[in-house]
Design a binder for this molecule. Structure first.
Ligand code: ADP
Ligand code: MG
Length: 237
């Protein structure tokens, strides 16, 4: 069969349109898909938090981000929204496989991310899976993992799939998220993380979020990010 023609993307935010959105304060002012806007509105998200205001205009135009902001500042939506929008604009579908991988330090945090994704992303048609080990049977997971568009995982379980799952394919992955990266490193997952990153496509967007800025976060940023925006939001007090 001849290769399928590339799907034309639905629209992009580029550097020229970026400045238009740099100062906005509400989600509905951003150039988001109606699917995402509806999800946000139904979940009662209206005004952006500081880290969301600082990072979303950059993330939505495809830039890599190193975002540091304390716990509770709203970092989750700062990456869930760009993931949804990137796959939406690329017209990502069931046959496209894994489009985004979100890595979280613990099963509990990963489950919370999954709930936010299900809520804010509920008007999109993407499939998503929670790969966290423990309660779920890895063999059943192996059969389904290639059909999923968005993977939310702990480092150990993701690496297990990379090593053991036949035909596990993330060669088309568009957006990598490293959430609570300081905690991933504190939990001793540095080796796993490096092994994961080395197996992912080099051409990708990477969003790295952390509550703290440490030397090891800088090292990870050097390893995983390309020409990133450094965004650090501190409380004024
Ligand atoms: P972090 O990852 O920075 O610790 P979260 O993304 O978990 O923070 O968000 C912390 C809390 O703030 C959650 O309960 C979330 O629902 C809420 N939240 C996030 N963004 C907003 C917003 N724009 N408006 C209102 N509440 C928000
Ligand atoms: Mg968080």
């Amino acid at each position: 069969f001849p290769p399928l023609p590339p799907k034309s993307p639905i629209g992009r935010i580029d550097d020229n349109t970026f400045s238009r959105y740099a100062g906005v304060t509400r989600f509905h002012q951003l150039p988001l898909s109606n699917n995402t806007k509806d999800g946000l509105r139904e979940a009662k998200f209206v005004d952006m938090t500081d880290i969301q205001r600082a990072s979303l205009p950059h993330a939505l135009c495809g830039r890599d981000i190193l975002g540091a902001a304390k716990t509770g500042s709203g970092k989750t939506l700062a990456f869930i929204i760009p993931v949804l929008e990137k796959l939406y604009r690329e017209r990502w579908g069931p046959e496209d496989g894994v489009g985004s991988i979100i890595i979280s330090p613990t099963r509990e945090l990963a489950s919370q991310l999954f709930d936010v994704l299900k809520s804010v992303g509920k008007h999109h048609n993407f499939s998503a899976g929670l790969l966290i080990g423990g309660r779920k049977d890895v063999e059943t997971e192996k059969e389904r993992v290639n059909e999923l568009n968005i993977l939310i995982c702990t480092p150990g379980r993701l690496l297990q799939h990379m090593d053991e799952t036949p035909n596990f394919d993330c060669s088309q992955m568009q957006v990598l998220v490293l959430d609570e990266a300081d905690r991933i490193l504190d939990s001793g997952f540095k080796k796993e993380l490096n092994a994961i990153i080395s197996q992912l496509p080099k051409h990708r967007q990477t969003l790295l979020f952390s509550a703290t800025q440490t030397k090891s976060i800088q090292d990870l940023a050097r390893l995983s990010l390309k020409d990133p925006e450094y965004l650090s939001v501190h409380e004024e007090s």
